[in-house]
Design a protein around this ligand. Structure first.
Ligand SMILES: Nc1nc2c(c(=O)[nH]1)N[C@H]1C(S)=C(S)[C@@H](COP(=O)(O)O)O[C@H]1N2
Ligand SMILES: [Mo]
Length: 433
C-alpha cells in the first residue's frame, strides 16, 4: 500500500458521533479492518533488503543465562512510576508513586508499577516476626502469621485500588495541570489479589452481635489506623497475601494487608498487625483531619468510603500526541467502587455528541474495565472525553456538575469527566471543558 491510498474512505454508516467517532464495531466487522488502515501503522519495507546482510548481533550468538527472578527488558527501564515530592518542611511526609497508565495496556497493573501511597515510608518487615491479631469484641482472640494464613482457603479476585486523592489537582487549579497524565490519574491500579476473606477469620473468633466497626492498624512507624464498617468486613474485605500470583510487594503491604474492594485506598491498611473489633469508629487522624470531604457550608462528610464511577482516556493523552491524520483507536479505563461498569461513552466534540465504546470483557465488579472506540482524525481540533456509567446507573459527572455539587474546597474524590484537547497539529493538552 502506498502512503497515498492509505487515506481511508469511511462509510458514513459507520459514524457513531460527531468529529469522526466511529462505530465501536468497526474494527470487528469491517472489510477495512486491520493495522494498515490505522494512522499509527508501521513502516513499509523493501523485501530484498531483509535477508542476509546487516544481521543484528543478537542473532549471531547465544543469549543470556536464565534469571532466577525475571526482570523487564533493559530497554524498558524508562517505563517507571513518577513520584510527587512532599511539600518542603513537613516532618512526616507522605510519599506517592504513580502508575504510568498511558504506557500500559490491559487492566492488570504490573506489581512493580502499582501506585503506592505511604505516610511513613515502607517498613522492611521480616515475615517470621510479623503477626496479625483479631481482638476486642470477640469470643476468642486469634493471631496469624503469613504461613498460617496461607493454609486457609483463599480467594483470588481482580480489584482496582484508588487513592481518594487521585486527580485532586483538578479541584482547585485555576489552570488545568499539564503534567503527563500519571500525575493527575496515576493513583489507581488494578491487580489480582489473593487472600483470606476477613469473614472467615472473624467467624473463627466469634464476633459479638453488638460489633459495628473493625479498627485496622498497620505495623508501619506511624501505625496508620482506619475504621472499617462491620458490614463491609463481613462482605468482601480480604486479608491479601498475594498480588498477581506472587507474595505482596513491600510497597503494597508485605506480608499482609487489608483489601477493601471499591473503597478509598486509605482504608486498605497495609502491613496490617491489628484488627480490633468494637462498636464505634476510632476517629484516627486519617478519618478526621484527613480523608474527610469539606462541603459548601463548612460541614464535612466523614466515612465517604465508596469510590465513585470514573473513567479516563489513556490514549491519546497528553503524553502521546498524534503524528498524522487517519484512523486511531481511543482507549482508556473505567471503574466504579460499587460494582460493574455498564457503559462508557466517548465524545470527540467536547461533549456535544457521544458514541458508545466497546467494553473489553470479562467485566468484573470493582475492577478496571478497558474501553475502546475507533476514531477518524481528519486534522481538525477535537476535545476527547469519556463518560462512565455503572450497573447502578451512576453516571460520571461533568466537571461543572461536580464543582456545583461539591464546591472548590473539596480535596478527595474528584471523579469528573476528563478532557483532552487536540489541536490541528495533533498536540494533546489537558483542558477543562
Ligand atoms: N499501614 C499503612 N496502610 C496504608 C497506607 C499507609 O501509609 N500505611 N497508605 C494508605 C493509602 S493513603 C492508600 S491510597 C493505599 C495505597 O495502597 P498501595 O500503596 O498498595 O497502592 O494504602 C493505604 N494503606
Ligand atoms: Mo490514599
Amino acid at each position: 500500500m502506498t502512503e497515498k491510498n492509505k487515506t481511508l474512505v469511511v462509510d458514513p454508516l459507520d459514524q457513531a458521533a460527531g468529529n469522526g467517532l466511529m462505530s465501536r464495531r468497526l474494527f470487528l466487522n469491517s472489510a477495512i479492518a486491520g493495522g494498515a488502515t490505522l494512522a499509527t501503522a508501521g513502516n513499509a519495507f523493501a523485501q530484498e533488503a531483509v535477508v542476509g546482510e546487516g544481521q543484528e548481533e543478537w542473532t549471531l550468538m547465544p543469549g543470556d543465562d536464565l534469571p532466577e527472578y525475571g526482570d523487564v527488558s533493559r530497554y524498558e527501564k524508562g517505563r517507571v512510576k513518577r513520584f510527587v515530592a512532599p511539600p518542603p518542611g513537613l516532618a512526616t511526609a507522605s510519599l506517592s508513586g504513580r502508575t504510568p497508565l498511558h504506557l500500559l495496556h490491559g487492566t492488570i497493573t504490573p506489581s512493580g508499577l502499582h501506585f503506592e501511597v505511604t505516610h511513613h515510608g515502607i517498613p522492611d518487615i521480616d515475615p517470621d516476626r510479623h503477626e496479625m491479631v483479631i481482638h476486642g469484641m470477640v469470643k476468642k482472640p486469634f493471631k496469624w502469621n503469613v504461613e498460617q494464613l496461607e493454609n486457609y482457603p483463599t480467594v483470588s479476585r481482580q480489584y482496582f485500588l484508588e487513592c481518594s486523592g487521585n486527580t485532586r489537582v483538578n479541584w482547585a487549579d485555576p489552570k488545568p495541570d499539564q503534567n503527563f497524565m500519571y500525575m493527575t490519574h496515576g493513583l489507581v491500579s488494578g491487580s489480582e489479589w489473593t487472600g483470606v476473606p476477613l469473614s472467615t477469620l472473624l467467624d473463627e473468633c466469634g464476633v459479638s452481635p453488638d460489633a459495628k466497626w473493625i479498627i485496622a492498624e498497620g505495623a508501619d512507624s506511624g501505625s496508620l489506623a482506619r475504621s472499617i464498617p462491620i458490614d463491609k468486613a463481613l462482605d468482601d474485605t480480604m486479608v491479601a497475601i498475594y498480588q498477581n500470583g506472587e507474595r505482596l510487594r513491600p510497597s503494597q503491604g508485605y506480608p499482609m494487608r487489608i483489601l477493601n474492594p471499591g473503597f478509598e485506598g486509605n482504608v486498605s491498611i497495609k502491613w496490617v498487625r491489628s484488627l480490633y473489633v468494637t462498636d464505634k469508629p476510632v476517629m484516627s487522624r486519617f478519618e478526621t483531619s484527613k480523608y474527610t470531604d469539606k462541603l459548601h457550608d463548612g460541614k464535612s462528610l466523614q466515612f465517604s468510603l465508596e469510590m465513585d464511577v470514573k473513567s479516563v482516556i489513556t490514549r491519546p493523552s497528553n503524553a502521546l500526541s498524534l503524528e498524522k491524520r487517519g484512523m486511531y483507536e481511543i482507549t482508556g479505563l473505567a471503574w466504579s467502587g460499587r460494582g460493574k461498569i455498564a457503559k462508557v461513552e466517548v465524545s470527540a466534540d467536547g461533549g456535544r455528541t457521544w458514541a458508545e465504546a466497546m467494553l473489553e470483557g470479562p467485566i468484573q465488579s470493582k475492577m478496571l474495565t478497558r474501553f475502546r472506540i475507533p476514531w477518524m482524525w481528519e486534522g481538525r481540533p477535537a476535545i476527547l472525553q469519556s463518560r462512565a456509567i455503572d450497573e447502578f446507573g451512576r453516571v460520571q459527572p461533568s466537571r461543572k456538575e461536580l464543582l456545583a455539587a461539591r464546591g472548590r474546597q473539596a480535596y478527595y474524590h474528584y471523579h469528573a469527566i476528563h478532557s483532552w484537547s487536540i489541536n490541528a497539529r495533533g498536540a494533546v493538552r489537558h483542558v477543562f471543558a
